[in-house]
Design a binder for this molecule. Structure first.
Ligand code: ATP
Ligand code: MG
Length: 426
């Protein structure tokens, strides 16, 4: 035998039965998005590398070390597997003029790629659901996006998810804070790790976001961006807070919440759980008023969030909230080769009536004894077995047997199977 070819490290197959949980979650999300009038957008997995370098900022974890970038072998174009989808959504919106001539509330579901060290809640191919509102300047849409996420947690029955918010102000305000921050950090050089030293002049704000326990004291004492905000930024932040307060949405203000991408300004927020260990951020987002212009569009405000599907599913599992596996309604028992010739058409008639039907595939699985076929019927989880006995078929009938406690059995005319199913379906 040839060597086995395995999946790429950090990239997972999503197989049944787990895939049913994905489908269920996706369906819940689509319904919720429709309820907020967010419309689905599907952008390419591969984008020009420049889109991310320009959109995310050169001194970000993603652009510095996490991107799967390659050269197109035919034309030398620099391409990248998307590490996130906001930049692609904005590119598409600009390219197709959605901001002035199309839906501006958008959502996506799909795979993202980042070359990170694989661990629980952190993969190299992972999936995000994202919501983006393009062309809206006010805190009302920031709040709308927060409510959207809160409604999702509530609908899924999740508990213990907390909301943290912060304001990153505007670039000029960040610039003023940056000077003070660099000065403060330079005074504590001996307490900084290598990453922080490297970022000191390129992206000092990101140092506040460090997960290194040894640096918590020094970053806690750092100058806070919040105190550098001008009146308009403060008004935007207070506007968001008032809307959250009015809706009874609890939150904490985390002055160290800065987010990974350069494109954020004003409101930023994260939904966090303690139930998943260190990868506890389920959903993160904020305002990115500068991105559209940076990507070549006419300047326009925007706000959005992205949630990690793997982490959300893990949390649902942790809290015992995943739905039961789907099972067929009916298992069709095929005791003879002769019955096999009618099996497919009977199954299709049942399906047309709305039943989910699993057929015993006699020529593939072997005829087997009735007993072994009933074992399979039981294992399938079906509520009913429909038995295609030769004698019954000769009379145009089949036997329908409940596999539940009742064990009820009755003869049904093949022509009446649809009516039978309407009667017994629960
Ligand atoms: P982290 O600080 O955990 O690396 P991030 O700031 O890089 O997160 P974002 O880019 O904001 O994350 O992505 C939004 C969400 O996508 C995260 O909150 C998380 O739930 C999920 N996510 C990000 N990276 C990964 C990954 N490598 N594997 C699985 N989920 C991820
Ligand atoms: Mg990251």
């Amino acid at each position: 035998m040839a060597d086995k070819i395995l999946a790429v490290k950090g990239m997972n197959d999503i197989l049944p039965p787990a895939s049913a949980h994905w489908e269920w979650l996706e369906q819940t999300l689509r319904t919720l998005m429709a309820g907020y009038a967010y419309r689905n957008i599907r952008t390419p997995i591969v984008e020009p590398t420049g889109l991310f370098v320009r959109g995310l900022g050169e001194v970000t974890d993603i652009v510095e070390k996490e991107m799967y970038s390659f050269e197109d072998r035919l034309n030398g174009e620099a391409l990248t597997l998307r590490p996130e989808a906001t930049a692609g959504v904005v590119r598409a919106a600009v390219e197709s003029n959605l901001l002035y001539d199309g839906p501006r509330r958008l959502y996506y579901i799909g795979p993202m790629f980042r070359h990170e060290r694989p661990q629980r809640g952190r993969y190299r191919q992972f999936h995000q659901v994202g919501a983006e509102a393009l062309g809206f300047a006010g805190p009302d849409v920031d709040a709308e996006l927060v409510f959207l996420a809160c409604d999702l947690w509530a609908q899924l029955g999740l508990s213990g998810i907390t909301l943290e918010i912060n304001s990153l102000g505007q670039p000029a305000e960040r610039q003023a804070h940056r000077g003070a921050l660099i000065e403060y950090l330079s005074d504590h050089m001996d307490l900084l790790d290598d990453d922080a030293k490297r970022r000191l002049h390129s992206n000092p704000l990101r140092i506040l976001d460090t997960k290194n326990p040894a640096m918590q004291d020094v970053v806690n004492g750092a100058p806070q961006l919040m105190t550098y905000l001008g009146a308009e930024s403060v008004a935007h932040f207070n506007g968001l807070r008032a809307l959250l307060d009015g809706a009874g949405v609890a939150y904490t203000i985390n002055p160290r919440l800065v987010r990974g991408m350069d494109y954020y300004n004003l409101s930023v927020f994260e939904f966090v759980t303690q139930d998943l260990g260190s990868q506890g951020t389920i959903c993160a987002g904020g305002r990115y008023d500068g991105l559209i212009e940076q990507i070549g569009g006419k300047s326009a405000p925007a706000v959005g969030w992205a949630l990690g599907v793997e982490r959300l599913l893990e949390l649902l599992k942790e809290q015992g909230l995943l739905p039961e596996q789907p099972v067929p309604d009916v298992y069709v028992v095929v005791p003879s080769a002769q019955a096999g010739r009618q099996a497919a058409s009977i199954c299709r008639a049942l399906r047309k009536a709305g039943a989910d039907v699993q057929m015993h595939a006699a020529t593939s699985q072997g005829q087997g004894s009735m007993k072994s076929q009933f074992k399979r019927a039981d294992a399938s989880g079906a509520a009913w077995a429909v038995i295609l006995g030769d004698d019954e078929l000769a009379n145009g009938q089949v036997a329908c047997k409940s596999l539940r406690v009742s064990q009820e059995q009755r003869m049904v005319e093949i022509a009446d199977l649809a009516t039978w199913w309407q009667e017994v379906r629960t």
